[in-house]
Design a binder for this molecule. Structure first.
Ligand code: NAD
Ligand code: MG
Ligand code: MG
Ligand code: MG
Ligand code: MG
Length: 333
């Protein structure tokens, strides 16, 4: 363990898979995270069952990998630890089906805190509740494990009735390969609120809006859409790769001095800090969560409209044609 950081970080030597050797783990869902958790646990020697609906098209894929597949209810009944890896929006209904199968001392697990933090799932007082959340898409969790490498992850304990939650959570994190890279201890609140803020203000919302408005500004001023696409979208990857590798300084050192001076003096003008603070407030006071829950209950009318508008934006059409010209891009990695 290292406590050189604000939150403790755990590694392989802090975790012991034998702490869950007597447990059966039910993985509910076999999508991005589900297949990776199930296969990694299985290969680490942990007893795994996969819970899927009778109609699920993933049943065969899981069985072909040698995993035992049951309905979510039967899987939860057979298990001591139940990991919820169905989409966040369907977790409350799946939880309602399996709730009665959680015995005193069983463990309910999540890879994202939304439903617990915003009260959409309210577990009984006598079960342990925790989160083990890899910080990456499932296919990388699986690929890294197979290569003998790890994926960084998060551990959060919400409810510890047995006194064993942490050692079992670390054992699980080790079995899926996360302690090889490092597991940061956090809380459901911190994970949920930073995740929602990040995806709204910076990663998904912020970046796409910046790209789109940059593109529109150039095109509306008479520049060609192709030039606007390359300047505002395509080159973004090159810049982000540099930041990912070596932080802002590696990026500034790699671009021209003109780009550096221009960026340092003008960047601030495009960012609205108050807007970001409002987004954080909406996450913290539950306003965003309420909106999204209501939107789902109404069968997502606004979501569909936003999505259509995004799909019909000129940048998609130009981008589609340009990407076809360098279709080898994917294999170049
Ligand atoms: P996913 O959409 O890839 O997979 C969902 C699985 O649930 C599929 O197997 C699907 O068949 C099944 N499913 C869908 N509806 C169902 C229903 N009504 N009843 C039963 N099963 C149903 O989901 P995911 O991206 O792996 O997300 C799972 C959890 O992991 C979420 O809590 C998510 O926030 C979290 N998470 C995801 C990522 C990621 O990068 N994908 C990263 C970290 C955490
Ligand atoms: Mg049980
Ligand atoms: Mg237990
Ligand atoms: Mg998220
Ligand atoms: Mg340039």
């Amino acid at each position: 363990m290292t406590d050189d950081f604000t939150n403790p970080i755990y590694y392989d030597e802090d975790a012991d898979v034998s702490n869950i050797e007597d447990e059966t783990v039910a993985i509910l869902g076999y999508g991005s995270q589900g297949h990776a958790h199930a296969l990694n646990l299985h290969e680490s020697g942990v007893d795994v069952v996969v819970g899927l609906r009778e109609s699920s098209s993933s049943r065969e894929a899981a069985q072909d990998e040698g995993l035992e597949v049951m309905t979510p209810v039967d899987a939860a009944a057979a298990a001591d630890m139940v990991m919820m890896l169905v989409p966040d929006t369907v977790q409350p209904s799946v939880y309602a089906q399996i709730e009665d199968e959680l015995d005193a001392g069983d463990t309910l697990m999540f890879a994202h805190g939304f439903n617990i933090h915003y009260g959409q799932i309210r577990p009984a007082d006598d079960v342990d509740v925790m989160m083990v959340a890899p910080k990456s898409p499932g296919h990388l969790v699986r690929r890294n494990y197979e290569k003998g490498e790890g994926t960084p992850g998060l551990l959060a304990i919400y409810q510890d009735t047995t006194g064993e939650a942490k050692e079992e959570g670390l054992a699980y994190a080790k079995a899926i390969g996360c302690t090889r890279a490092g597991v940061i201890e956090t809380t459901f609140r911190e994970e949920t609120e930073t995740d929602l803020f990040g995806e709204q203000a910076v990663l998904c919302g912020g970046v796409t809006e910046m790209v789109k408005v940059g593109f529109e500004t150039l095109v509306d001023a008479g520049y060609s859409p192709e030039m606007a696409y390359f300047e505002c979208l395509n080159e973004l990857k090159l810049i982000v790769d540099l930041m990912y590798e070596g932080g802002h300084m590696e990026m500034w050192n790699s671009v021209s001095d003109t780009a550096e001076y221009g960026g340092l003096t003008r960047g601030e003008e495009v960012i609205n800090r108050e807007g970001m603070e409002e987004i954080l407030e909406g996450v913290q006071n539950g306003e965003f969560a309420r909106e999204w829950i209501t939107e789902n209950q109404a069968n997502r009318p606004a979501y569909k409209q936003y999505r259509d508008a995004e799909q019909n934006h000129q940048i998609e059409e130009v981008g589609g044609r340009l990407r076809d010209l360098f279709a080898w891009g994917d294999d170049a990695e």
